[in-house]
Design a protein around this ligand. Sequence first.
Ligand code: NAP
Ligand code: MG
Length: 403
Amino acid sequence: MTDKIKMTTPLVEMDGDEMTRILWKYIKDILILPYVDLKSEYYDLGLVHRNETDDQVTLDSAEATKKYGVAVKCATITPNAARMPEYNLKKMWKSPNGTIRSILDGTVFRTPILVNGVTPYIPTWTKPITIARHAYGDVYKNTEMKVMGGCKAELVVTDKDGNESRQLIHDFDTDGVIQGLHNIDKSIAGFARACFNYGLDLKQDVWFATKDTISKIYDHRFKDIFQEIFDNEYKEKFAQAGIEYFYTLIDDAVARVIRSNGGYIWACKNYDGDVMSDMVSTAYGSLAMMTSVLVSPDGIYEYEAAHGTVQRHYYKHLKGEETSTNSVATIFAWSGALRKRGELDNIPELIKYADNLEKATIDTIEDGIMTGDLYLISKLENKKKVNSEEFLHAINERLQKLM
Ligand code: NAP
Ligand code: MG
């Protein structure tokens, strides 16, 4: 073994909770620290420490991410009523992911990790489909009311001088409902830039779809903003990278996605992204094999696994029972963050290490060594279920040979 790989800029490291916190330490000890002279600025986002710092640590970690540009995050508990007595909480702290997303103003990209032996429910999906979900507005910030028969509902917009413009929504003969939605040009533009930047990063086409034939002003605004930004800022870069931006109607997009082989980024409005990401991730087979990266419009990256803290496995672990928890998405969060650090700081060894770590992980599973979740669905003939730690040692055996 040669010298450890040196880093120049710190990686922002956000530790988390429960079973994923246990995996976090295993991954560092077994797969990272033996190879990389890790330079990280550590933030403990575990619920105990968030509670101690009145959640200041979450804000600090997001500010550090802005400063350094790349973060890796462990899954964290979003407290609910049951967590209040469990952790003796001062407050039902907000979701750290929500807090970080709003500070970085980012878009979340979710990508499945494909392995031989686990066939997607759509067998033609031989390459991953990355879903990019716009994380602001529409039905998630709606205003809605019941309306009684005999009422007239109108849209009223008042300008800063108090002048009103009105449009009839509906004259209700009988009872019904109404809903008011909004979005903001700046947020749509940030979403568009994040998608185009990510397409350039991955060298993959970007697809975007809305219902602009029906929603001729609202959805059309999304379509126009994407097109303007693409034409003015990205057209040449896309041509150089040999990739395309492609807009179509959402109905057409859905049909094309099913017929496709994958290998592109599908940008979705907030609701479409919510629904379609559940469909796509289920179709690829396992939540434990889904990575997630938050990308801000100015090119800041935060990598994590798409799953939660795997609470049920943690309680088994606390009772001293053996666990077989899949660490793949968390490993890929680390490899993604280290690779990005390598790209930004021009450290080819770090990029190579990240590639090797991913290859060793996939090779392990394709050699038939896997955790319980994959053991249940893998079609490999000679497969073996291992525990959480054995899985990481099996990856390291392969990583050692690659390094
Ligand atoms: P979860 O942690 O994703 O786990 C749900 C179930 O999915 C597990 O019980 C397990 O099924 C399976 N699973 C998920 N990840 C797995 C893995 N890596 N290996 C093997 N199996 C895996 O969701 P949850 O239990 O609903 O949520 C637990 C906590 O996570 C909550 O406090 C929630 O707030 C938090 N959460 C955090 C994030 C985040 O930080 N990004 C995201 C979602 C949820 P079996 O039990 O059948 O084995
Ligand atoms: Mg959903």
